[in-house]
Design a protein around this ligand. Structure first.
Ligand code: 1GP
Length: 249
């Protein structure tokens, strides 16, 4: 338990923006995860997230976490469901899916998950998940009502509510493989609202981030972190540029 990973995020954020690499245990073999982790680590990723929305077993999660732990990068579980928790990880994003319409995600999953997290000795990081636009499998499985891409103020109101409910991390998610990422305008407005309310949550953005230009726009809009999944397998060079640009802008 403790707050080691959360504190490390705050500390690192003082020096630079944060990059997270997402690995889905349903789509990745352990040897591939090791390769991805090596590449991402070399390019300067800060944390590896392990999670998926479908077909993830505890065994597969364990195997991926073990493969990633060969590198000096903390591993955070990012669970689509309770079968996606590993005692071998450093921490868990303890999720509240704020725009899910399913009561399961508004208390039941968290009550069941709390004891698993405690018994595994994982550090829980209170995280509010906002599904935007495309939403992908995560949005579908969570029965989310994705916030339309064209409604930055509505996204920002979700971010503000997340912070006011005590989340340390606010995660704006367009869905893995999204044709468009979360719009920078929504990030900009979210940060403005958080600042106006003097709330200190970290704002991270994921889904469909496949170019350095997008990373730059999100950095300029004020994102504290970005999450990339697919790109490392498709185009490792693009990942290098994304991480570099996001951190240096
Ligand atoms: C993390 O789901 C994303 O928020 C990952 O999305 O696979 O599109 O990078 P990509």
């Amino acid at each position: 338990m403790g707050q080691r990973i959360w504190r490390s995020m705050l500390e690192k954020r003082k020096g630079s923006r944060l990059h997270f690499t997402l690995i889905d245990p349903d789509k990745t073999e352990p040897w591939e995860a090791e390769k991805i982790a090596r590449t991402a680590y070399e390019y300067g990723t800060d944390y590896v997230l392990v999670g998926g929305s479908l077909g993830v077993s505890p065994q597969a999660t364990d195997a991926i976490v073990e493969a990633v732990k060969k590198f000096d990068v903390p591993v955070i579980i990012f669970p689509g469901a309770l079968n996606n928790v590993s005692s071998k990880a450093d921490a868990a994003f303890f999720l509240n899916i704020i725009n899910s319409d399913d009561p399961y995600y508004h208390g039941i999953a968290q009550v069941q998950g709390s004891l698993i997290v405690l018994r595994h000795g994982l550090e829980p990081i209170p995280t509010c998940y906002v599904i935007v636009g495309y939403g992908g499998t995560a949005g579908y499985m969570a029965r989310a009502r994705p916030v339309p891409y064209e409604k930055p103020e509505l996204v920002a109101a979700h971010s503000l509510a997340c912070a006011m409910m005590g989340s340390k991390v606010i995660y704006l998610e367009a869905g893995s493989g999204a044709p468009r990422p979360v719009p920078p305008e929504a990030v900009l407005l979210s940060k403005e609202f958080l600042k106006a309310a003097e709330m200190e949550a970290l704002l991270i953005v994921g889904g469909g981030i496949r170019s350095a230009e997008i990373a730059r726009d999100l950095a300029l809009a004020g994102a504290d972190g970005i999450v990339t999944g697919t790109i490392v397998e498709q185009n490792p060079e693009a990942l290098r540029e994304i991480v570099k640009t996001f951190k240096e802008v």
